[in-house]
Design a protein around this ligand. Structure first.
Ligand SMILES: Cc1cc2nc3c(=O)[nH]c(=O)nc-3n(C[C@H](O)[C@H](O)[C@H](O)COP(=O)(O)OP(=O)(O)OC[C@H]3O[C@@H](n4cnc5c(N)ncnc54)[C@H](O)[C@@H]3O)c2cc1C
Length: 267
């Protein structure tokens, strides 16, 4: 019954393609907007598909939530075609999001591509109380999510914002993980969202490191594995961790980087 209460039909407020194949959608969802925390997600019923599609909450305002999603298949294609005032069926907020330890001052965020979606919410939530650095890596300038995409939708004010692109079209040339070590000294906690290869590179870096700061002891990552129900009933997203079997949808999607057995994770 708990999930039945969380299920709502919500109106689309706006839907804009902010980068090629990437949509920013604002939805009127006051109950979710008032209770969701960074790193939590919702699931959307997309057209006739039985399985709902999980998407991170990307921003909130007093009555609305924003989603930032990439069109990767038929479900997200259907969602990308919704228009203002269309109603969509949403379930959430779901999962356990990012946590900030008491006493942590400097937070370092690493976003690979569309992984910026939940991390932007973390900056919105925490930047008035913490020093924050956000490293955003993408394949090329057109895939970087900056104020250029939607000036009113994202506010990185007070956040040190570093961009890096694989082709060098903006910022440094390379991968986000290439420059991560340069920023670790000052970080009390690290948060990441991105592709599996980014996490694997971070885990390897952490294992190889001799210096304790590079060991990434306090690093939380959001695991975007394929999900079934999204609320812990079907066990379809179960992974094996150093702390035993965990359901990504209910125990995560946020986990400690070093708790994951990366060789076993299929994303
Ligand atoms: C907790 C969580 C939060 C997420 N947040 C976001 C977000 O904020 N923005 C966003 O763009 N995407 C996010 N995703 C990924 C998103 O759920 C998938 O891209 C989406 O479900 C694909 O549905 P589809 O019907 O369009 O594609 P499908 O036809 O189902 O799949 C098309 C392609 O997408 C890949 N895919 C499917 N599911 C996932 C998945 N869970 N993760 C990665 N790739 C997948 C498939 O391997 C396939 O190649 C999140 C996933 C999870 C688990």
């Amino acid at each position: 019954m708990e999930n039945a209460k969380k299920q709502t039909l919500c109106s689309v407020v706006s839907n804009v393609e902010v980068m090629p194949g990437v949509h920013l959608m604002w939805i009127e969802a006051p109950n979710i907007a008032g209770s969701v925390l960074p790193g939590q997600f919702i699931t959307v019923r997309c057209g006739g598909f039985t399985l709902r599609r999980p998407l991170s909450v990307h921003q909130v305002s007093s009555r609305e939530i924003a989603l930032l999603f990439k069109v990767t298949g038929n479900g997200t294609l259907w969602l990308s075609q919704r228009q203002k005032r269309d109603r969509i069926d949403i379930l959430g907020p779901l999962g356990k999001g990012f946590s900030i330890e008491p006493g942590a001052k400097n937070l370092l965020l690493l976003a690979g591509g569309i992984g910026i979606a939940p991390l932007a919410f973390l900056t919105q939530y925490a930047s008035s109380r913490h020093q924050m650095t956000l490293i955003h890596g993408a394949s090329t300038a057109a895939q970087l999510y900056t104020e250029r995409c939607q000036p009113t939708a994202i506010n990185y004010q007070g956040v040190q914002f570093i961009t890096i692109t694989e082709d060098g079209s903006i910022g440094k040339k390379g991968m986000a993980t290439d420059i991560l070590p340069d920023f670790l000294d000052r970080a009390d906690q690290v948060y990441a969202c991105g592709p599996a290869d980014m996490y694997k590179a971070m885990a390897e870096m952490s294992q190889r490191a001799k210096q304790s700061n590079l060991k990434l002891r306090k690093c939380q990552v959001s695991l975007e594995v394929r999900m079934g129900c999204g609320f812990g009933a079907c066990y379809g997203c179960t992974i094996n961790t150093k702390k035993g079997l965990k359901q990504v949808c209910r125990d995560g999607p946020v986990f400690e980087l070093n708790d994951i057995i990366w060789q076993e994770v299929r994303i």
